[in-house]
Design a protein around this ligand. Structure first.
Ligand code: CIR
Length: 256
């Protein structure tokens, strides 16, 4: 069961953040509104929120997920792979210390973005990407093994259209993963039950299971219907303004 989440609303210069998609600039007012709905959904799922202040020094800092990884009784501070984002961990470190006095850390020259790391219960998938390097993946594998978790690596460097591993996969429940077609043949997913994603709905592969509900983006009816058929209970949220900045549902919170 998850109890809490850390969130940070976008700052007014949110549109100055990094993006690779060509969907136009986000509207700040709409982004704030969508973020508020997202927070309400987390509360509906039973989570108590820690809301950090928007930080205009880091326009991407609303994507808190990239700065840490949550284990059942501790946390790992990451080292985000984009130079413009590496300072985001400074405040996150003091926030997390309030919950977990002994934090683990990814050390240089390792880099890890939380968006590349998919926790699937006792097993974790570690994406190696333009943001998460081999050394970061190696360190994380060790930390997870010490904590009793197995892990496997998925190299997404040659996969077009996704920034992070979790841009293309989500753990839904038990052995069930949503996986986009371009990742489905990866040996890491061999023994898993795959929920496929139709062409054009890839963005919705980034959905988030929280205490029996599934945060799911608005506008992807085929995957939504498929998941309902499988017994999932989607809570549908409009993510249009975050999508313009390469952000998905999982990036907007750290859940623990
Ligand atoms: C970035 O490029 O770092 C941000 N604009 C988006 C980060 C999205 N985070 C995530 O998928 N976990």
């Amino acid at each position: 069961v998850l109890h809490r989440a850390i969130v940070r609303p976008p700052s007014e210069n949110f549109a100055d953040g990094l993006t690779t998609v060509d969907l136009g600039a986000p509207d700040f007012g709409m982004a704030l509104e969508q973020h508020e709905r997202y927070c309400e959904a987390l509360v509906t799922c039973g989570l108590e929120l820690t809301r950090l202040r928007p930080d205009p020094l880091y326009p991407d800092s609303t994507f808190v997920e990239d700065t840490a990884l949550m284990l059942p009784k501790s946390a790992i501070l990451t080292r985000p792979g984009a130079p413009s984002r590496d300072g985001e961990i400074v405040e996150m470190e003091s926030v997390l210390q309030g919950f977990f006095p002994s934090l683990r850390r990814i050390q240089p020259p390792g880099t890890v973005d939380g968006g590349d790391i998919c926790d699937a219960g006792p097993h974790w998938f570690i994406g190696v990407s333009a943001r998460t390097n081999e050394e970061g993946a190696r360190q994380l594998t060790g930390i997870l093994a010490e904590a009793g978790f197995t892990s496997s690596r998925v190299d997404i460097r040659g996969v077009a259209g996704i920034l992070h591993l979790k841009s293309g996969i989500a753990h839904v429940s038990d052995r069930k993963l949503v996986v986009i077609d371009s990742l489905a043949a990866d040996p890491a997913f061999e023994s898993w039950e795959i929920v496929p994603v139709d062409a054009g709905e890839e963005y919705a592969a980034n959905c988030v299971s929280v205490n029996g509900r599934l945060l799911f983006p608005k506008g992807f009816p085929r995957l939504e219907a498929r998941l309902r058929t499988l017994g999932e209970r989607p809570l549908v949220l409009d993510m249009s303004e975050f999508q313009k900045m390469d952000g998905g549902l999982s990036c907007l919170s750290l859940r623990f």
